[in-house]
Design a protein around this ligand. Structure first.
Ligand SMILES: [Zn+2]
Ligand SMILES: [Zn+2]
Length: 638
């Protein structure tokens, strides 16, 4: 009798949902039978499931419910002294400690950031719990996800619109975070949808998802990573609520998924904002709606360019897999850490070379991401080495020259918007497994060091004119070959043309820079070396620090020498036993400045030098050699 009642109840429950709600409860286009099979057959898959369980358990133990009130912008959650990210303690909402200098921060904006982090943890745990419920059917996971969805539906209208950076949020402090949170919550909802009562569904949709989606949609107005996240949130809400108008705006609208892909992705496969961090972040924003649309069998033929976003970065890294951290890129990011993206790429392009590259990424680590569990191939093929040839990304205006020992990067254009560091003809030098002359990328945007140093001209390996920022502009490619790149910029400084020609040799790089103008200017050619100056061919004299801003005021231990034509500097390198030798030549006399400056994080120091020429034009022939190698004849290169 009990069994009959149970069957009857099940029938009624399933009948009532089928009438009102999407028949396909899978938001991610996942083959759940295959996922269960992976868990059954593979230790790595079971280990991922265990990690999800632990994460849900940990979050459940730490937080009863999300915090009320304002949330903060996570770029503020950094130490203002040394740019280290502050430590988050679940039990200390008013105490935020720098792991490096131990300074304790309290009050706004740090307490508000603490609130944001709790939302992130709880939302993530509820998404994990929904997946665990689909895999295991254990009711504790259903309860966790359902309770959080209902909590947000109960309290959504108690959160006030707030935020000062990049759009407004309600639960969160900007439209971006509002959207990323909504994406996770909709995905969680979609997985457990059949187990909710009609009243619960209506409450969640009408009191949280739909008003939040409308609120986010009202702020969508650009081809940009943030607005791409808006689309993901709005489109997924459209799918779970059968609101075709929302789906259409998110996919086909003037700033919808199709237009983001058509206009935001360059022909060479890179996202236009010009940093590898935002490239991958944008992939992550495009994936949810792309995968949901694919699962719903939408026509994706206009969106093929999306797949190029996975292939382009494979040849963008240096020999150790590290990406150039240009613009607002995070330093030290490595292609091998991007396995989550390439698990999905392997799912979308199973017959390509992607699964082989994915196997390569796993040579020193095991499969541990959620995407490996949900999308990844069950077995990986033999590892395929990453491309090691020199490469030109013509539309993005980036060249990387590579040989076995040395890689060098140069950027010439186009301007990529607010995350661009205005650093045309900036150079990065990599050798012996390390980035030795870096671009420092970014710290949290909220701390003063970010604009004072990381985005400032004087932190880049480039020519600065009159101590000023470049204009927002693009440069031009003059020539490119497997071992050379030649570019110029005419709009960075009014009336000044700058050219840079990099030429790669087996153990050295020659760097030719010319600048020409009708007027006299102060030309400063900067180099930053992750090492310590141990020898200089001319005597140096200590001089007071500079105060002119644009990063010059961050230069310390300043020394100076007047040079007739050439100077040789030798550096002991920080991360390798080799030495770096710089030979710098100019037909005219010049001034050499040396000293130390912040690395990233800023409590690490490195050395810099710059060469100053005050004239109408200048011409440098410089050579960077790694010790142990034979210096090349730089004068004969061109
Ligand atoms: Zn600190
Ligand atoms: Zn930069």
């Amino acid at each position: 009798m009990i069994r009959i009642l149970f069957l009857l109840f099940s029938f009624v429950a399933s009948f009532s949902m089928a009438a009102d709600y999407p028949s396909d409860p899978g938001s991610r286009g996942v083959d759940w039978t295959l996922v269960k099979q992976k868990v059954n057959d593979y230790t790595w898959a079971r280990s991922i499931v265990n990690d999800l369980r632990k994460e849900v358990q940990r979050t459940q133990n730490q937080f009863q419910h999300p915090p009320f009130g304002k949330t903060g912008w996570w770029h503020n959650y950094y130490c203002s002294e040394d740019a280290h990210r502050l430590d988050f303690h679940p039990e200390k909402p008013h105490e935020h400690i720098c792991p490096s200098c131990k300074k304790v921060y309290s009050g706004p904006p740090y307490d508000d950031c603490w609130n944001s982090i709790v939302h992130v943890y709880m939302v993530r745990a509820s998404e994990y719990a929904a997946i665990l419920y689909r895999l295991t059917g254990e009711s504790q996971y259903l309860d966790y996800t359902r309770n959080l969805l209902l909590w947000y539906a109960d309290h959504y209208d108690e959160f006030e619109v707030h935020g000062e950076h990049a759009g407004k949020g309600r639960i969160r402090s900007q439209s971006l975070d509002e959207a990323t949170q909504l994406v996770s919550m909709v995905r969680a909802y979609w997985e457990i949808c059949p187990m909710l009562t009609p009243q619960q569904r209506t409450h969640i949709l009408e009191d949280y998802f739909l008003p939040d989606a409308e609120f986010i949609l009202s702020q969508t107005r650009a081809i940009h990573n943030i607005h791409s996240w808006h689309n993901a949130a709005v489109g997924l809400v459209g799918f779970v609520s059968d609101r075709n108008d929302l789906i259409e705006k998110a996919i086909d609208g003037p700033y919808g998924l199709k237009q983001q892909i058509a206009k935001g992705i360059q022909e060479d496969g890179f996202w236009y904002e010009g940093s590898i961090g935002y490239h991958f972040y944008t992939i992550r924003s495009l994936e949810p709606l792309y995968l949901a649309a694919r699962a719903k069998k939408y026509d994706l033929s206009e969106m093929g360019k999306f797949l190029q976003m996975y292939t382009a970065p494979l040849s963008f890294s240096f020999g150790n897999g590290e990406f150039p951290s240009t613009n607002d890129g995070w330093p030290g990011t490595n292609i091998r850490e991007m396995t989550a993206y390439y698990e999905i790429a392997a799912h979308l392009m199973p017959d390509s070379e992607i699964p082989g590259y994915l196997a390569n990424m796993y040579q020193d680590r095991s499969r541990s991401t959620l995407d490996a569990l949900l999308y990844g191939p069950t077995e990986l093929p033999a590892p395929k080495p990453f491309p090691s040839e020199s490469v030109l990304f013509e539309k993005s205006g980036i060249a990387i020259l590579k040989n076995e020992n040395i890689n060098t990067y140069m950027k010439y254009g186009p301007y990529g918007g607010g995350h661009d560091h205005k650093d045309r003809l900036n150079m990065i030098f990599y050798a012996n497994g390390h980035v030795l002359l870096p671009d420092l990328g970014t710290s949290g945007y909220g701390i003063p060091l970010n604009s004072k140093w990381f985005r400032a001209p004087a932190s880049h390996n480039m020519l600065i004119v009159d101590g000023k920022y470049q204009a927002a502009c693009s440069g031009d490619l003059v020539g490119f070959g497997p071992s050379h790149v030649h570019a110029q910029v005419t709009k960075a400084y009014t009336g000044v043309t700058i050219e840079r020609y990099l030429s790669l040799h087996s153990n050295s790089l020659s760097d030719h820079i010319k600048a020409a103008s009708q007027e006299e200017h102060i030309y400063d050619l900067f180099y930053h070396i992750r090492g310590r100056l141990i020898d200089c061919s001319v005597p140096l004299q200590s001089v007071p620090c500079l105060t002119s801003g644009q990063g010059y005021d961050m230069l310390s231990d300043l020394q100076k020498a007047e040079i007739k034509n050439s100077v040789r500097l030798v550096f002991d390198l920080r991360d390798t036993t080799s030495q770096l030798v710089m030979m710098c030549q100019n037909p005219a006399p010049f001034v050499l400045y040396t000293g130390t400056c912040p690395d990233n994080p800023a409590d690490r120091k490195m050395d810099f030098f710059f060469l100053r020429n005050t004239s109408k034009s200048c011409q440098w022939t410089n050579n960077i050699t790694i010790s142990g190698g034979k210096p090349d004849d730089t004068s004969a290169v061109r």
